[in-house]
Ligand binder design. Sequence first.
Ligand code: NAD
Ligand code: ZN
Length: 383
Amino acid sequence: MQAISVQSAHGNYDIQVGDALLQSVGAVIAQKIPKARVAVLVVDQAIELTWAREVAASLQAAGLRVVTHVVHASEDNKSIAQVEKVWRLLLAERVQRSDVLCAMGGGIVGDMAAFAASTYMRGIATVMIPTTLLAMVDAAIGGKTAVNLPLSSDPLDAGHSKNLSTNLSTNLAKNMAGTICAPAWVASDVRTLTTLSTREFRCGLAECVKHALLVDASMLAWLETHREGLRAMDPARLVELVHRSASVKAAIVSRDEREQGERAHLNLGHTFAHAIESLLHDQVHHGEAVSIGLVAMAAASQAAGWWPDADKFQLSKRLTDLGLPVRMPAKVDREQLKNAMKLDKKGQSGAVRLVLLKGLGRPGVLDAASEQVINAGLDAIGS
Ligand SMILES: NC(=O)c1ccc[n+]([C@@H]2O[C@H](COP(=O)([O-])OP(=O)(O)OC[C@H]3O[C@@H](n4cnc5c(N)ncnc54)[C@H](O)[C@@H]3O)[C@@H](O)[C@H]2O)c1
Ligand SMILES: [Zn+2]
C-alpha cells in the first residue's frame, strides 16, 4: 500500500501502513537515516517479548547497535522522570545527534519517548512504531510529543492549578509539557493489533469514527460494510482501516501543523470526552469517552441549529454496532460535568468551546456554547 505523506515545517515524512513491516524497519531506517549507528528502542512493556523482538532483530540485521529500554504504559509514567531516564540512557550509550530513537508502543510510550528524542541534544531522529489502533490513526501522527505534569498539592498553588486541563481523579495535568517535532518515519504494522485487547481496539475505532465524521459519509459506510472483517482482524481490512483513518489526520496536520485553525477540528467530541474522562477516569478509557462525546456532539450540533437532521443520522446506533458505548456509564452530577468542560484547556477562559458539525464532513468551532446547546448534548448521553 502506498505511503501517506505528511507535510511538516521540520521536514516531510511518510506513514507506511502494512501487515509485514516490522521485519523491514531496520533496512528502511538504514536507508532513511544512513548516518545512524545506534538505534535506541523505547518500547511498551506489553510488547517487549513479542513485536519488539522482531524490530530489534531487524535493526541489528541492518548493522545498527540496538539499545532497548522498556517502559510500563501508564499516564503516571508519561512523566519528566521517565524522560530523564531515557535522556540518561542516551548519554550513557553515547548516542549522537545522527543516531535514531524508535518509539514503539501505544500513545503513552510514543508521546513520552518522542518528547525525550525531540529534546536530547536539541533533537535526534525519531521513528514512530505505533502498536495500538489509537496510536496508528492518531497519536503517532502530527509530531505532538508530551508528558503530564503533577498538580501541585501545595495549597498556595491550588488556585493556579484549577485553571489547567486536569484529570481530577489522577491529579495530573495532561500533556502540559511537550514539543511539536516531526518524526523521520511512522511504521504501522497492523499485525501488532492482533495482541491488543478488544477494548483497546474499540477505543481506536472511536477515533476512526471521529475522523470519518470529519470527511464525509463514505468512510462510515466503509466501516459498516467491513465490520465483520474488522472483528475477525482480517489483515487486509485492518491495513485499509488504518490507511484511510491515518490519511484524514495526516491531511489535516499537513495543512495546520501548529493548530492555528483546522487542526482543532480533531477535537470533535473531545470537550465532552475530556470532561467525562476526568470524572470517571477509573471507568472509561479515552476512546470510550470519545464515543460518548461524539453522541453529545451530534445532539449539540442539532441544538445549535448547525446540523438540523443530525438525529436522522443515528450516530448512536452506528457506534453501538461497533461495540462502543454511547451513554454515561455512571451517574455524574451535571454541574460537575459542565465545570470540567469549562476547565478543558481547549476552551477560552470560562466559555465552553465546542467543535461541532454542520453536516457530515463540515466541522466548525462554536466559541462560546450556550447552556441550551451543552444541555442538549448532555441529555443525549443520559447525564
Ligand atoms: N501525540 C498526539 O497527538 C496524541 C493524540 C492522541 C492521543 N495521545 C496520547 O496517547 C495516549 C493514549 O494512547 P493509547 O490509546 O495507545 O494508550 P496506551 O499507550 O495506554 O496503550 C493502551 C494499552 O495497550 C497496551 N499495548 C500497546 N500495544 C499493544 C499491543 N500491540 N498488544 C497488546 N497490548 C498493547 C499498552 O501497554 C496499554 O496497556 C494518551 O496519553 C494520549 O494523551 C497523543
Ligand atoms: Zn482522542
